[in-house]
Design a protein around this ligand. Structure first.
Ligand code: PNS
Length: 160
C-alpha cells in the first residue's frame, strides 16, 4: 500500500519525522508531499522546504519526497496513491483534519484519509509554535533537527 503524507513542512519537525517513521513500518511506500501553495505566507520557499524534508529523511527507506500543487487528491490519483496520511495530535487538530478529510472524500470517494498519532513527546509541537518560540528567543533544538534550527536562525536574521 502506498500512502501520501501531504503538508506544508514549513519547516519539517521531529513530529513529522516521528510520524513518517511510524508510517514506513506500516506501508510499502510513503510519499511525503510538500505543498506548493499553503494558504499562509511560508517562512521557507518550496525549494528550501523540499531540501530540508529530503535532508531529514535521507536515512529512511521506503520514502519518496515530492512537491505538489493543486488538490492533493488529484496528485494522489495521478500517482496511484491508495490513501492520504495525516497526523493527529490534540483534540484541537480534529476540526481542521475532519473538515479536510471530508472535503477530500467529496472530491475522491475512493481515497481514504488515515491518521496516525506521533509520540507524546511531540504532541504539542507544530511548525507554527516552533517559529514563534524561535522568534521570541527560545531554543527549538528539542523539536527540529540541528540543520533546520540553523536554517530558521538564518531566516530570522535575513528578515530583520
Ligand atoms: O501542514 P499543513 O499546513 O497542515 O498541510 C495542509 C495541506 C498542505 C495538506 C493542505 O492544505 C492541502 O492538502 N492543500 C492542497 C489543496 C487541497 O487539496 N486541500 C484539501 C481539500 S480542501
Amino acid at each position: 500500500m502506498k500512502v501520501l503524507y501531504p503538508g506544508s513542512f514549513d519547516p519539517i519537525t521531529y513530529g513529522h519525522i516521528d510520524l513518517i517513521r511510524r508510517a514506513v513500518r506500516l506501508f510499502d511506500k510513503v510519499v511525503v508531499a510538500v505543498a506548493v501553495n499553503i494558504g499562509k505566507t511560508p517562512w521557507f520557499s518550496l525549494e528550501e522546504r523540499l531540501d530540508m524534508v529530503k535532508q531529514a529523511l535521507t536515512d529512511m527507506k521506503g520514502v519518496e519526497v515530492v512537491s505538489f500543487s493543486g488538490l492533493v487528491v488529484d496528485y494522489a490519483r495521478r500517482n496511484n496513491i491508495d490513501a492520504l496520511l495525516r497526523g493527529l495530535r490534540m483534540v484541537s487538530d480534529f476540526d481542521y483534519e475532519f473538515q479536510m478529510a471530508i472535503a477530500n472524500r467529496g472530491f475522491a470517494p475512493d481515497i481514504e484519509t488515515l491518521f496516525l498519532m506521533p509520540s507524546e513527546d511531540y504532541f504539542y509541537i507544530s511548525s507554527r509554535l516552533i517559529k514563534e518560540v524561535l522568534t521570541s528567543g527560545g531554543s527549538v533544538s528539542d523539536f527540529v533537527p540541528d540543520f533546520v534550527e540553523k536554517a530558521m536562525k538564518r531566516k530570522l536574521e535575513q528578515n530583520k
